[in-house]
Each structure stands twice: as C-alpha cells, then as structure tokens.
Design a protein. Structure first.
Lengths: 195, 323
C-alpha cells in the first residue's frame, strides 16, 4: 500500500505571520480591542485564540479576554457515531453579553462546527457581534457560513485531508495537506479536519 | 461503555473516569442562564420506579430534562402494577411507547438485569437501585464528590481512605461504592456490626472492621449508611440506642477526623440514629453537594449511553467527513 503523500503548506513562521495579520485585521474591524472576546473552538481553536489574544494585547496594550468553547453537545452528527468525551467550555469572567465575540478555529470545512458553535453561543449569552477567524479555509461548505478572517484559502479536493498541528497540542507548528484520508487520527472527520 | 448500566462493577477504570470527566463538564450547565442542552432532543427516558424514591427519581428527571430528553415518570403506586401487572408486561408497554432508556428502581435484586437481558425492551437500562444489590449512579456521584473534595476534581482516587459505616447487609449503596471506589484505587473500609455484614464480604475488595473508633482518625471520608428500618425484619442489633452509640457519627467521633476529611450520606438520613443533626449540618458534611452532583453524574450517564450512535439512526454512509 502507498502511504498518502503529505505536503507541508505552512511552517511555524508562516502560522505566526498569518496570526499577526489576523490580529491586526480584528483590531481594525473592531476599531480597537475594548469590547473584544476571543473564543477558541475545541480543540485546536483554543491555542490559536490565546495566541491571537496575546498579539492583540501586545499591539493595543490591553488584556483581551480569551475563552474556550466545546461544541460537542450541539453537533448535528452526534447520533452517527458513538458518544464522545466532552472538553472544557470556559467563558472569560466578563461574559459575552454585548461583546464582539470572535470565534477562532483551525480549519473551516463544511461549516457545521461553526453552526454548532453559534447555537452554543446563543445559550451562553447575547454577543453584540459574532465574527469568525480561521487559520485555513479549505472550501466545500455545506452551510451558508463564511469566515471574516482567513489565514489561508487552501483549495482542496474532498479526498485530501488538511491537518493543523500546534505546538501546544502536537509539539510542533505546521499545516499539512495529504492526498489520502488521514489514517493517523481515529474515526472519520477528525477534529483537526473539522469546521 | 456497555449499553446498560447495571452494576458499578461493570465499569472499567477508564469508563468510570470518562463518566466523572463528562460530569465535570456538564456541571457547568447548572451555572448558565439557559440550563439546557439540545443533545437528547427527541429521545425518551422512562423513570420506572417500583420503590419509593425522592432524590434519585427527581435527579434522573432533572438530568434527562437538562439534556432535552422527553421524560415519562412511572411509579408502581397508582399504576397497573398495583392491579398485579407483571414486570414483563410493564416492560412491553414501555417498549411499545418507544423508550430509548429505562431508569429502573425495583425492590428485587436483579430486576434491572432481567429487564436488560430478557429481550423485552430494546433501549438502555440504567439501574437506579435494585433490592439490596446495587445502585451504580449513587456510587458514581459519591466518587465524583470524593474526587472534587479530596483530589481537586482530577484523576482517580488512588490512596484515598474511605470508610463506609452501617447497614452494609441491606445497602446497595455500599456494594456499588466498594466496587467503584476500589476500581478507582481508593482504600475502602466497611464498618458494621457482624450481623449487618453480608455473607462473603471477605471476598469484596475492601477491609472490614467491627469497630468504628479505631478507623475514624485514618479516614479521608466517612460515609454513613442509612439504617433501613423497612428492611429490619430481624433483630440485627439490640436497641437503636446501642447502635447509635457504637456506629453513629456524633460530634465526638467527628472531632477525631483529620482537618480535610469529609462526611457523606446517601440520604435519606435518620437524624439521631446513624448521624447526629450537628454532624449532618456541619461544614464537613457534603450531603447537599452529593445531591447536586447527582444531577451532573446522571446527565453524564444518560449522555454517554444515549448521546451517540444508536441502531435506530440513519445509516453510517451518510457521515460527511469533517462534519
């Protein structure tokens, strides 16, 4: 059997550069960082959100509240697979009411994760605006959802897998594109491929 | 995890930790403005209670409702059971109504096992207490409470010393706790008069003592069992007063506990019998927290048993990658 061909799309420096640009774009659009709240979608959105939060704090000189959002209970495909373990949802102390909430995820794909995240947000409070930042947009949307801040548009075929590795979780920073389904991760639709 | 939850002994250590970790996440729902998750929408949970219960039934009901399941409460009193309907016919009725899970409490040990393995019903069976046999969700909520209080809410209970005192013979709580807590690595000691210990207790994964006083100072948690007056058909001890003196938890015994130790009781309490009112209402007592944790733990059990794939659902080829 041939092992799937793996191509590196982003190296560590590329990811850092892209996050810097997204941070500036977020500040520009929100006209400052006053009312911002960053929420990372579990699992790889969480370290991305805290990196963006750190950058915005550096640029603007004020602390940006960062939280984590687990959308498992809101997924539309729960009944197609065995029940899965939950991860932490941690809202910043300031809450999300009346804030500009930026959802952060690694890969935007079908759009179903973001749909679930919007449902989850709805029950946690009422943000003034919700925006979406993703490291990679690989296309193939199944819902009318788009990202406001995109690190890289990566045209892919449905047979390919996009994998985001982050040092906080995987020990290194990289985005890879492989020609076959990703066999290193359990089950169809692995988390790093989701969004 | 198995399809059914019949015995705490069926849970492997990783199963048990999964339930506790899931419960810890679900506990946050209680603090939210909208105390509800959509996860079990369209599922039906039947509470089938052949024995009286307050906290277990409302706890399961609250848990199922917070997950958006439809709940049907069935108690033997006021139903056809009081006209002599058999367990089988009751089960077939529930099956015809499309129950996805049946939470059952029954006076006879083994009734949930019979329900689960007879082919009468297709859904999951959750044991909510059967006779003097088991009460696994009580053990899970006790383990959750112990972990929150003694282990910062993380990992297992390795090396924690838990003393369970009282009517072990009739206690399904004790049996489930011994099985689960030993799976999680705790050192369990049972304390009871010889007449209130079951035959074969020496084969259980725990220590046994007839005396409470020497055990108390070395305990991280003391769990008092209810003296089950409704099951006291024989003379198990001379007088209630003597039992209370030897095996009750009063202020004096509580003062022998170390500073971090906690006092637990599965409820309902006989104040003045196995536990004095002072102790039950003291700072060490986590009895009210046990009840609150019960909802989170039962949510976790319902979610893990019902939240995922079930045979009634669309075929697997409809899965969209990255969904």
């Amino acid at each position: 059997m041939n092992s799937p061909r793996v191509r590196t799309v982003f190296e560590a420096e590329d990811i850092d550069r892209v996050l810097t640009r997204i941070s500036h774009e977020i500040i520009e659009r929100a006209k400052g960082a006053q009312s911002l709240v960053l929420l990372g979608i579990q699992s790889r959105g969480v370290p991305l959100a805290s990196r963006i939060g750190k950058k915005i704090s550096e640029f603007e000189g004020i602390e940006v509240p960062v939280g984590a959002l687990d959308i498992t209970m809101y997924r539309d495909d729960l009944r197609l697979r065995p029940a899965r373990a939950l991860e932490a949802t941690a809202l910043p102390d300031v809450g999300i009411d009346g804030r500009t909430v930026v959802l952060v995820d690694d890969v935007l794909f079908s759009g179903r994760t973001v749909r679930a995240a919007l449902d989850a947000l709805n029950e946690l409070g009422r943000p003034r605006v919700v925006r979406l930042a993703v490291l990679v947009d690989r296309g193939h949307r199944e819902l009318p959802i788009r990202a406001d801040y995109v690190g890289k548009n990566l045209p892919t075929s449905l047979k390919e897998s996009v994998r985001v590795k982050l040092s906080e979780i995987d020990g290194e920073d990289a985005v890879t594109l492989s020609s076959g389904p990703d066999l290193t991760r359990g089950g169809p639709g692995p988390a790093g491929d989701a969004a | 995890m198995n399809k059914h939850l019949l015995s705490a002994g069926d849970l492997s250590k990783s199963d048990a930790l999964l339930v506790l970790d899931t419960a810890a996440q679900l506990a946050q729902v209680a603090d939210r403005p909208v105390k509800k998750l959509p996860t079990l929408r369209g599922r039906t949970v039947v509470n089938l209670f052949f024995e009286d219960s307050t906290r277990t039934r409302i706890s399961f009901e609250a848990a199922a409702k917070r997950l958006s399941a439809d709940v049907i409460n069935f108690s033997a009193k006021g139903s056809s059971v009081s006209k002599g309907e058999s367990l089988k016919d009751t089960a077939l009725t529930l099956e015809a109504m499309g129950a996805d899970a049946v939470v059952v409490r029954h006076g006879s040990s083994g009734a949930p096992h019979r329900l689960a393995n007879s082919g009468w019903i297709g859904g999951s069976v959750i044991n909510a207490g059967d006779g003097t046999h088991e009460h696994p969700t009580q053990a899970l909520l006790d383990a959750y409470t112990l972990r929150e209080k003694l282990a910062n809410g993380e990992g297992d209970l390795a090396g924690k010393r838990v003393t369970i005192v009282g009517d072990v013979l009739h206690s399904r709580v004790a049996r489930s706790n011994v099985l689960l807590l030993s799976t999680l690595g705790a050192d369990v000691t049972l304390v009871a008069p010889p007449t209130l210990l079951p035959v074969g207790v020496e084969t259980w994964p725990c220590k046994v003592s007839y005396d409470l006083d020497p055990v108390v100072p070395d305990s991280d948690a003391v769990m008092m069992l209810r003296v089950q007056l409704e099951r006291m058909t024989d003379s198990y001890f001379p007088t209630a007063r003597e039992y209370s003196r030897r095996y009750g938890l009063d202020n004096h015994r509580m003062s022998m506990l170390s500073d971090e130790s906690i006092v637990m009781h599965p409820g309902p309490m006989n104040r003045g019998m196995e536990i004095t009112a002072d102790v039950a209402d003291s700072k060490r007592s986590v009895i009210v927290e046990q009840v609150a944790n019960g909802v989170s733990v039962r949510m976790a059990v319902l979610y893990l048993l019902l939240g995922g794939y079930s045979p009634a659902q669309p075929a697997v080829d409809e899965i969209v990658e990255g969904n």
